[in-house]
Design a protein around this ligand. Structure first.
Ligand code: IMP
Length: 441
């Protein structure tokens, strides 16, 4: 039987998926992304080389692995080549043999970026705090059935007529909000050059992946953003525009649902969020200094935009919700070492709204802003766990913290990450991970 595993962030992103996918990639033949675009920022550290990936799956840094950009993605060809050229300079092969872009993936065009800016300006205080990469407007065009897919762009007449039609509307909005009108000829020329260069990478990845699975090749499905940023299940409207959860891995690749053998949740020992939106356990007011300390220790600055990430305590209530939606088979717990210096650590075990205990995550963002987190306080361990590779070496209170989080989430912890490098990892339960991690360090 082939092995198809999805790796998904359980919080608001930046849980450390890059490192975990990199660890696992060794054991898989194909690494595929299924949603989002270059709004993602995955950092991978290999020895003394570090790579920041936005569009390409983290498997790209492993020789001999095929990388797929699935139909559920939105692709800015300019960003693709910036990243491909940078990786090539770092000695990584980015060729059509290794990288396959779905013929059904949608393109991000210059007007999508302009519309992302306009849309945020229009929202004012209610803005989402997007990455301004044009992600939302590209998905809007997809749902509005006026998007341009990679394969469409290879047909000059189709490309030109869609740009003409879409730009008419886009320019109206851009101009109404004081932006500069975009020119059809310029965009057509730019996109023609880019998509011609993109052509060798474009393939029917749906067929490719299903055939690969039938032939017994293993596939790692790499999620971007995370569960609480999912367009349906996240903290709407402060979300991204794609389906980030396990179901999205199926839709965004075209793999048949029964092929999915497992879902690994990536969970950080605390919580962060970039951009706007409710964040019940955020360290504010009396805890702002603590938040700043965690930001510095955890290097919590956006890999895509450099924005400082908002920091908060671990939210077990929201993470349980993520485990429910995704059906995590196992959890990889990351960044344990960042909490090494704390005297006490708080964990949110539930929410109260208007004095009543919440049974499930409130759907309305205004309610999420008002909930009162219910906290358990655990003692810290006040010693370094950096780089530890065995559970038995961890201080007792660190082990207790890991066990407490596992109990709270209701899923076994398969792996604990104790630093950014591959070797700085504790494999707790390979059986819970279906043996995916064996020999992967
Ligand atoms: P968009 O995906 O650029 O439309 O942004 C929508 C929301 O998702 C904003 O709050 C972003 O900060 C957030 N977001 C998008 N990509 C990432 C990511 O890779 N990590 C964390 N947050 C992200």
């Amino acid at each position: 039987m082939s092995k198809v595993i999805a790796v998904i962030g359980a919080q608001w992103g930046d849980e450390g998926k890059g490192k975990i996918v990199d660890l696992l990639a060794e054991r898989f033949d194909i690494v595929a992304r299924y949603q989002g675009g270059h709004n993602a920022g995955h950092s991978v550290q290999v020895g003394d080389q570090s790579f920041v990936l936005h569009l390409l799956p983290s498997g790209i840094v492993h020789r001999g692995k095929t990388c797929v950009l699935g139909n559920g993605m939105v692709i800015d060809p300019k960003a693709f080549f910036v990243e491909a050229d940078r990786l090539t300079q770092q000695g990584i092969e980015v060729s059509p043999e290794r990288v396959k872009i779905s013929s059904r993936a949608h393109l991000i065009l210059p007007y999508h970026r302009a519309l992302d800016h306009t849309s945020e300006e229009r929202l004012g205080n209610e803005k989402v705090g997007t990455t301004l990469r044009g992600i939302g407007p590209a998905y809007e065009d997809k749902a509005g059935r006026r998007g341009i897919r990679t394969a469409d762009a290879l047909v000059p007449d189709v490309l030109r007529s869609r740009i003409e039609r879409n730009l008419e509307d886009a320019n109206r909005i851009i101009e109404a909000y004081g932006g500069e009108r975009l020119d059809v000829d310029e965009i057509f020329k730019e996109m023609s050059v880019l998509t011609e260069r993109l052509a060798p990478f474009i393939a029917d990845t749906t067929h490719y992946l299903n055939v690969a699975a039938t032939e017994g090749r293993s596939i790692l499905l790499e999620g971007a953003q995370a569960t609480l940023l999912d367009v349906d299940h996240g903290t709407y409207p402060f979300v991204t525009s794609s389906t980030t959860v396990a179901g999205g891995a199926i839709i965004g690749t075209g793999l048949a649902p029964q092929r999915l053998n497992g879902v690994l949740g990536i969970v950080r020992t605390y919580t962060t969020r970039v951009g706007e939106g409710p964040f019940p356990t955020e360290m504010l007011e009396g805890e702002a200094e603590l938040g700043q300390m965690i930001r510095e220790r955890g290097r919590e600055y956006g890999a895509s935009t450099g924005r400082p990430r908002r920091c908060g305590w671990f939210d077990a209530f929201a993470t349980r919700y993520a485990a429910e939606i995704n059906g995590f088979s196992s959890v990889a717990l990351t960044k344990l070492d960042v909490l090494d210096t704390l005297d006490e650590i708080k964990v949110c075990t539930g929410y109260k709204l208007n004095g009543k205990v919440c049974e499930s995550l409130p759907a309305v963002s205004q309610d999420l802003r008002r909930v009162e987190p219910v906290y358990a306080t655990l003692p810290g361990w006040r010693s370094s766990t950096l780089g530890m590779t065995e559970m038995s070496s961890l201080p007792t209170n660190a082990r207790r913290y890991v066990d407490f989080l596992s109990e709270q989430i209701g899923v076994e912890i398969g792996l604990v990450s104790t630093g950014p490098e591959r070797m700085q990892t504790i494999i707790v339960q390979d059986s819970a991970l279906g043996g995916w991690l064996r020999d992967s360090k």
